[in-house]
Design a protein around this ligand. Sequence first.
Ligand code: HEC
Ligand code: HEC
Ligand code: HEC
Ligand code: HEC
Ligand code: HEC
Ligand code: HEC
Length: 496
Amino acid sequence: MKLPESYYNPLSLTGTVISSVSLLLIFLSLLLSFLFNAGSSYLGLFSFILMPAIMIVGLLLIPLGMMREARRLKRAKRELSPKWMVIDFGDPRYRNAASVFGIGTIVLMLLTAVGSYEAYHYTESVEFCGQVCHRVMKPEYITYMNSSHARVACVECHVGQGANWYVKSKLSGLYQVYAVLANNYPRPIPTPISNLRPAKETCEECHWPEKFYTPRLQYAQHFLSDSLNTRWDIQLRIKTNSSHSSANLSEGIHWHINPDVRIEYIAEDDSREIIPWVRSIDLSSGDTVVYEDSWVPLDSATIATATPRVMDCMDCHNRPSHNYLLPQQFVDQGLSSGNIPLLPGVKALTMDILKDPYPTEDSALVAIRTLISNYYEINHPEISKEDVNKAVKGVSDGYLRNIFPEMQASWDVYSDHIGHIAYNGCFRCHNDSHISRDNLKITRDCDACHSILMQGSPGQEEFSPVNGSLPFRHPVDIDQVWKESLCADCHRYLYL
Ligand code: HEC
Ligand code: HEC
Ligand code: HEC
Ligand code: HEC
Ligand code: HEC
Ligand code: HEC
C-alpha cells in the first residue's frame, strides 16, 4: 500500500514504529490484567499513562516528519504534484492515506475515550495514590491499611468529586511527581494538609452529624514497666452523644458539631497543637462566649488579624486513617493480643529499646532482634528460643506498622487529637485554663466526656455502679500530679 511521498522519511517512519509498538504493548498489558485479573499498580501506570503518552508522541512525529519532508522536497525543486495540501482521490496513494487517516482517527478517538476514562479511574485508585510511589507514601499507606477506612479510597477524603478538584489535585500532583523524581520531597510529609477538602464534602458524605451515636465502650489493657508487666485495665463509656437518643446533639461530645453550634479558634501555628483563643457561638440565639488561655493569652493585635478556624470533624478525628501509635501503645496492644508473649520485664525492655530513634528500618529490626535475644539469653536462659523469637516478631511488626524512619514519619510528628493522654488533644481547649470574661471555663471535669466503669489490675478491679462513674485512680502513685498537670506532659515522652 502506497502513501504520499512525504510520508517516507525517517521521522515519520520512526513515529509509526513507536506508536504501533506502544499500541501493541497497551493491548498486551490490558490483556494480561484482564486474563489474570491482577493488574499490579505499575502495570496501570504503564498501560494508562506511560504508553499512551509515548503513543501520542509517536503519532505526532508522523505529521511532523511529513511536513519537514514536504518542505525538503519543495526546496529540492521536486515539488509534489499538485500542491501537497490538495488531496487527489484519483491518486491511489491519497486514497490510501485518507483511509488510513480516517480509520486511524476513529480508532484513536475510541481508544482515547476508553483510555482517559481508565486513566481517570486509575489515577483515583488506592494503588496509584498509595503504592506507585511506595517509598514516599509508605507510612500513609500502611497506617491506612490498618485503619477502619482501609476500604475507603484515598481520593474520597483527599480529592472528592468533580472535575474541578480532579484538575486541582492533578496539577499539584504533577509537582509532587517532579519532587519525587528530583528526590527533594519533604520528610516527613507536612501536616495538616492545607488544601484538604472541608469535612462537609468528605467525611459527611458517609457520616452525617445528625446521626445519633450511642455511647462508645472502650476497654483497654495496659502493662506497666515493672518486672511482672503488671496489667492495668480501664473500661470507659465515652459519651459521644447525649445519654438518650431523643436529646441527640444537645449534649455530649458531638455537641460540637450540632448545626446550631459554631466553635471557632485561633491556633498558635499550623500544627494546631496550642490553641490560646476559642469562641463558641450559639447560632440560634446569637450568644457568643470567648475563652482565652489564662496562662499564655494571645495579644489583641494577633487576635484582630487572625482568621479563626471553624471547628469540624478533622479537629478531633485528624487521624481517621493514618494513626501512628506510640511504642507504649503498640507494645501494649501486642501484649494484650498475645502477639508478644508476657516474658518477664518485656515491657520495660522494649520501651528501653524503642526510646531511641533509628536511622533506618533495618537498623531498628536488627536492634530489636539482638537486644531482646541477648537480654533473655543472659538474664533468663530458662525461656525458650521460640518465645523470645515470638517477642522479637511481635515488637518488629508493631514497629513496621507505626514507625517509618526513612520518611521520618511517626507518632512524634503526627499527633492524634482524640483523647488527651499521649497528646493534648481535647485538653488543648479542655484544660481548665481557658476562661471567659464571665469566668466560664472549658471543662476538664473527668466525667464530662466519659465515665470510668472499671479500673485496676485483674482480681483487684473496682467497678462503678450502673450509670455511675469511678473517680480516676492513676495506675502508679504520682500523688495528685495528674490533677494539676496535663497527662501528655509525662505520657508523650514517658520512656525517653
Ligand atoms: C478517611 C479519610 C482518609 C483516607 C481514606 C485517606 N486519608 Fe490521608 N489524610 C486524611 C486526614 C484527615 C489527614 C490529616 C489531615 C490534617 O491533619 O490536616 C490525612 C493526611 C495525609 C497525608 C499527610 C501526612 C499525614 O500523615 O498527615 C498524606 C500524605 C496522606 N494523607 C495520603 C493518603 C493516601 C496515600 C491514602 C490512601 C492510601 C489516604 N491518605 C487515605 C484522611 C484520609
Ligand atoms: C466513603 C465513605 C467514608 C468516608 C468518606 C469517611 N468514612 Fe469514616 N467510616 C466509614 C465506614 C464504612 C466506617 C465503619 C468501618 C468499620 O467499622 O470497620 C467508618 C468509621 C469511622 C469511624 C469509627 C471507627 C474508628 O476508627 O473509630 C470514625 C471516627 C470515622 N469513620 C470518621 C471519619 C472521618 C473523620 C472522615 C473524614 C475525614 C471519614 N470518616 C470519612 C466510611 C467513610
Ligand atoms: C469534639 C471532638 C469531635 C468532633 C468535632 C467530632 N467528633 Fe466524632 N467522635 C469524637 C469522639 C471522642 C468519639 C468517640 C470515639 C473515640 O474516642 O474514638 C467520636 C466518635 C465518632 C464516630 C464513631 C461512633 C461509634 O461509636 O462508632 C464517628 C463515625 C464519628 N465520631 C464521626 C464524626 C464526624 C463525621 C464528625 C464531623 C461531622 C465528628 N465525628 C466530629 C469526637 C469528635
Ligand atoms: C477548639 C477547642 C475545643 C476542643 C479542641 C475540644 N473542645 Fe469540647 N468544648 C469546647 C467548648 C468551647 C465547649 C463549650 C463549653 C461550655 O459551654 O461549657 C466544649 C464543650 C464540650 C463538651 C460539653 C458539651 C455539653 O454541653 O454537654 C464535651 C463533652 C466536650 N466538649 C468534649 C470534647 C472532647 C471529647 C474533645 C476532644 C476529642 C473536645 N471536646 C475538644 C471547645 C473544644
Ligand atoms: C474533653 C473531654 C475529656 C475530658 C475532660 C477528660 N477526658 Fe479522658 N478521654 C477522653 C477521650 C475522648 C478519651 C478516649 C480517647 C480514645 O479514643 O482513645 C479519653 C480516654 C481516657 C482514658 C483511657 C486511656 C486509655 O488508654 O485506656 C483515661 C484513663 C482517661 N481518659 C482519664 C481521664 C481523667 C482522669 C480525666 C480528668 C482529669 C479525663 N480523662 C478528662 C476525653 C476526655
Ligand atoms: C507526673 C507524670 C504523669 C502524669 C502527669 C500522668 N501520668 Fe500516667 N503514668 C505515669 C507513669 C510514670 C506511669 C507508669 C508507666 C509504666 O510503668 O509503664 C503511668 C501510667 C499510666 C497508665 C497505665 C498505662 C501506661 O501508659 O503505662 C495510664 C492509663 C495513665 N498513666 C493515665 C494517666 C492519665 C489519664 C493522666 C492525666 C489525667 C496521667 N496518666 C498523668 C506518669 C504520669
